[in-house]
Unconditional design. Structure first.
Length: 373
């Protein structure tokens, strides 16, 4: 009968859904429609395990008990890794446990790398600021007793400016031009040997550069111990860093920019000068500043080619000339409390010098970088 089609079949008690089952299933499906979510550790579990591991480390520190010769910090770290991984494996399964272990190791290596850096920086700032004063920046070490307070870094700061400036004037043009040749024109054996010697120069110790200048130019009478000789030694150290950094920046410039300009009939030298270099200028300046930061703190080559000076010498061609690294070395070697304090001040001044140079270079790079349209 047509009317019988609308009659519903009664549901037996065995087929009826349990009370509220539909609502619970609806909520579960809304939260996890693909049913991919498994059991997870509570949010407080890693923090609780970390607190327990720190407590274990403190207990080992207080009691003096050694666990296979490990320091308390390592005991706490290993305890945290083992307990968290075991708990995650039990509750979440192997995949989540492996993920937590790898994530923890990554964060641990980051902290291990960051803590010494912050420790050094905070120590230098705390001890260096104790001697900062207008006199420290405007006076020299002439006639200053190593055991007496006073004196300053004016002569060393001037020497660092001149020596790093000379090195930059020599190394930056040569390095940038060598990188342009390798990227834009370099083919064949000549380019191979340039690249090979750049790699070799990257790994030479800094004392070798100073020894080369000392043997080739000072002992032969071409130059005397001076700021110019120091600048030449630093230029040798700067050159491979600038070449490699500039080369990498030029290689990431899209070839479409070059091809489009060349297709319009623009000469290749103008393409390089007007398109390639402006596009990569920010990275090139960063590479130059990395090279400056490397050589600004070099001490060993300067002890050979310019040695020490306790007074101002603005002439980089004649006479020994101080620098901030040799100033720090000289004051540390004297060993008195006053000289050690001056060494901390010189170290902080050197860090600030590199920081200001880098900040200025980044501002210049931002000004001259290509503007997005």
């Amino acid at each position: 009968m047509p009317g019988d089609l609308h009659q519903s079949t009664p549901v037996t008690s065995s087929e009826a859904p349990p009370p509220n089952a539909g609502g619970r299933r609806h909520r579960d499906d809304a939260a996890d429609p693909l049913h991919l979510t498994g059991n997870r550790l509570p949010r407080w579990a890693p923090w609780t395990i970390a607190a327990g591991a720190i407590g274990l480390g403190l207990l080992v520190q207080v009691t003096g008990v050694t666990v296979i010769g490990l320091a308390p910090g390592f005991v706490a770290a290993f305890a945290f890794l083992i307990v968290q991984t075991a708990a995650s494996w039990t509750v979440e399964g192997r995949r989540h446990a492996t993920d937590r272990l790898a994530t923890t190791l990554i964060y641990t290596t980051f902290v291990v790398a960051l803590v010494p850096l912050l420790w050094i920086l905070i120590t230098v700032i705390a001890k260096g600021l104790s001697v900062f004063s207008p006199e420290f920046f405007t006076s020299t070490m002439r006639n200053v007793n190593p055991r007496a307070e006073g004196g300053g870094i004016a002569h060393a700061f001037l020497g660092t400016l001149e020596q790093v400036g000379i090195a930059a004037l020599i190394a930056v043009p040569i390095g940038v031009l060598a990188a342009i040749y390798l990227v834009e024109f370099g083919k064949g054996k000549f380019a191979y040997w340039i690249s090979f010697f750049v790699d070799v120069m990257t790994g030479i110790p800094s004392i070798v550069a100073g020894l080369f200048i000392y043997t080739a130019l000072i002992l032969t009478g071409v130059l005397e111990q001076s700021g110019l000789a120091a600048g030449l030694a630093l230029a040798i150290l700067m050159l491979p860093v600038i070449v490699r950094a500039t080369e990498e920046m030029l290689r990431i410039v899209p070839n479409e920019l070059r091809e489009g300009a060349l297709a319009l009939g623009v000469p290749k030298w103008k393409v390089i000068l007007r398109i390639v270099i402006p596009t990569a200028i920010s990275g090139i300046i960063t590479g130059v500043m990395l090279a400056v930061a490397r050589v600004a703190g070099e001490t060993a080559p300067l002890l050979l080619v310019t040695f020490l000076a306790q007074d101002m010498n603005p002439n980089p061609v004649s006479g020994s000339q101080a620098s901030l690294p040799t100033f720090v070395w000289d004051q540390i070697s004297r060993g008195t409390p006053a000289s050690v304090d001056r060494a901390w001040g010189g170290a902080l001044a050197l860090i600030l010098f590199v920081l200001v140079m880098y900040a200025g270079a980044r501002i210049i790079a931002k000004i001259y970088a290509p503007k997005a349209r």
